[in-house]
Design a protein around this ligand. Structure first.
Ligand code: HEM
Length: 507
């Protein structure tokens, strides 16, 4: 009896495997792990996806494919193939795959991040390049960034002398990133100088954390369309989030419109810029709201994460920390605070930033691209509708192109001038091609300035009882990659006391 049931089941299973093999070979798809019926490889993927993909590339090669439900995915793991994706076939691989929650938050791609490549995208991207991220506007908003970074130094100084023990780096970095991005985007600081968050600020934080929970979920229903009816419950949460975002943003937009009417003055913040350009660029309200939230979601965590990883490396590598401080002492001295104009002279520090982004890109798989036409990558067919991931974490650690790739050695960038803004495919923390991060210069600027201040003002060591080599350098799962164990550090001030003061600036 058992045999009579097992035999047809086994036969079906073998037919299924043979069919899949045939399909892959015939379609000349990249090789990859065998998918399970219905779910594909959804449950084969380890939580830290880019590490799992790097391990799979050891088995299947630098380009491999897998299935999420019935959705074909391809992962690229070396620089040569990354160039084929982001340069040679850029336009045909520049759409986005939107899960249901992402389609919802982006109003079906009415924003920039989740928009497909087409007329709308080109228009909004042009607006970003020509209006929002111009050096003139970024320079005009510089007092905000300098204010926030000195506020961080003030808080760390206060807490280090008060508590005399280790601090959780992330709480300070998160705060600078939050204030920087919200002031740049919404033109408002949602907390007072004591760190008390106002009601609107609390609402904003709630929207961000809710958005993370909703947007980060992988539902089988997104990849197996006929199963989507079983995932109804989330609809309510999505609607609630949607109207919350809408209400919140419209209040701020109205406040800015009123302020402009009353004063006749247009500020440099993104909300003012978008409202004044709305007619000229024919932007819907959905697009204005979507763009504002794109900046918050793309720009906040990435910057804080980058600095946390860099600080972890600097605490581990005393030699590098001291060398960066020697440069700061030589260029700035110890009787004044750094300004952004000093940064171009800090060559070693710039290499520290590059080295840190090489080993710890905060978006290790960039954002997924979607094929809008059939293309060939590495000699394999990539059919229209395939999701394409570039594993920039693996690119930065490829032993074929990096000498001692796991060693943190900023000098490698002094010995060889390697670009990280999309021209050198070995190092792509910001992506490359049409969809390269539009905030690249701003991000590099914020990260370098935060690190410069942290290193100039303090010497950093691990808490008592923790060896430098004992710092946990593993990542936590997610689209953006926080350290699994938040970095704890002991700061020791190294400048005269009056240089730790902050005088708040309102712009
Ligand atoms: C260290 C910090 C940052 C890193 C490493 C980073 C990296 C990236 C990456 C890898 C992408 C995806 C590129 C692709 O899909 O091909 C991206 C997209 C994007 N980033 Fe950044 N980013 C950072 C900071 C920022 C900041 C500060 C902003 C704005 C305030 C920003 C705004 C955006 C936007 C709007 C997109 C979507 C672009 C598109 O889809 O066309 N990013 N970023």
């Amino acid at each position: 009896m058992a045999f009579s049931l097992a035999f047809p089941a086994l036969t079906l299973f073998l037919i299924y495997i043979a069919y899949n093999l045939y399909r892959r070979l015939k379609a000349k798809l990249p090789p990859g792990p065998r998918p399970w019926p219905i779910i594909g490889n959804l449950y084969d993927i380890e939580p830290i996806r880019f590490r799992c993909f790097a391990a799979w590339s050891e088995i299947y090669g630098p380009i491999f494919s897998f299935y999420l439900g019935s959705q074909l995915n391809v992962v690229i793991n070396n620089a040569t193939l990354a160039k084929e994706v982001l340069k040679d076939n850029d336009q045909n691989l520049a759409d986005r795959f939107r899960t249901k929650p992402l389609a919802n938050v982006s109003r079906n791609g009415s924003d920039l991040i989740w928009a497909d490549y087409g007329h709308h995208y080109v228009k909004v991207r042009k607006l970003c390049n020509l209006e929002l991220f111009t050096s003139k506007r970024i320079e005009a908003l510089r007092p905000i960034r300098e204010d926030e970074v000195t506020s961080m130094i003030h808080d760390i100084f206060r807490d280090s002398t008060k508590q005399g023990k280790s601090l959780i780096m992330r709480s300070y970095l998160g705060l600078v990133a939050f204030n920087n991005i919200t002031r740049l985007t919404f033109g408002k600081r949602f907390m007072d100088s004591q760190g008390n968050v106002d009601e609107q600020g609390k609402e904003l934080k709630e929207i961000v954390s809710n958005g993370m929970k909703i947007g980060g979920k992988l539902n089988l229903g997104d990849f197996v369309p006929w199963l989507s009816c079983f995932f109804k419950d989330d609809n309510e949460a999505l609607k609630a989030q949607d109207s919350h975002v809408d209400r919140f943003t419209r209040v701020i937009m109205e406040e800015h419109t009123l302020a402009r009417k009353n004063t006749g003055e247009t500020k440099q913040h993104f909300v003012d810029a978008l409202l004044t350009l709305q007619k000229e660029y024919e932007l819907s309200d959905d697009t204005v709201i979507g763009l504002l939230w794109d900046m918050v979601t793309a720009g906040m965590d990435t910057v804080a994460i980058t600095v946390e990883w860099a600080m972890a490396e600097l605490v581990k590598n005393t030699r590098v920390q001291q060398k960066a401080q020697e440069e700061l002492d030589r260029v700035i001295g110890s009787d004044r605070v750094i300004t952004e104009s000093d940064m171009s002279k800090l060559t070693y520090l710039q290499s520290v930033v590059k080295e840190s982004l090489r080993l710890h890109p905060p978006t290790p798989l960039m954002l997924p691209h979607l094929a809008s036409a059939n293309v060939k990558i590495g000699g394999y067919n990539i059919p229209k509708g395939t999701i394409v991931h570039v594993n920039v974490w693996a690119l930065g650690r490829d032993p074929k192109v990096w000498k001692n790739p796991l060693q943190f050695r900023p000098e490698r960038f002094i010995e060889e001038d390697i670009d990280m803004k999309g021209h050198d495919f070995r190092l792509l923390p910001f992506g490359a091609g049409r969809r390269i991060c539009p905030g690249t210069n701003l991000a590099i600027n914020m990260v370098t300035s935060m690190l410069a201040h942290l290193l100039h003002h303090f010497e950093w060591s691990p808490p008592i009882g923790i060896e430098r080599d004992g710092i946990d350098m593993l990542e936590s799962p997610g689209t953006v990659t926080y350290m699994q164990t938040p970095l704890q550090v002991v700061p020791t001030p190294r400048l005269p006391q009056h240089l730790y003061e902050r005088s708040p600036i309102v712009i």
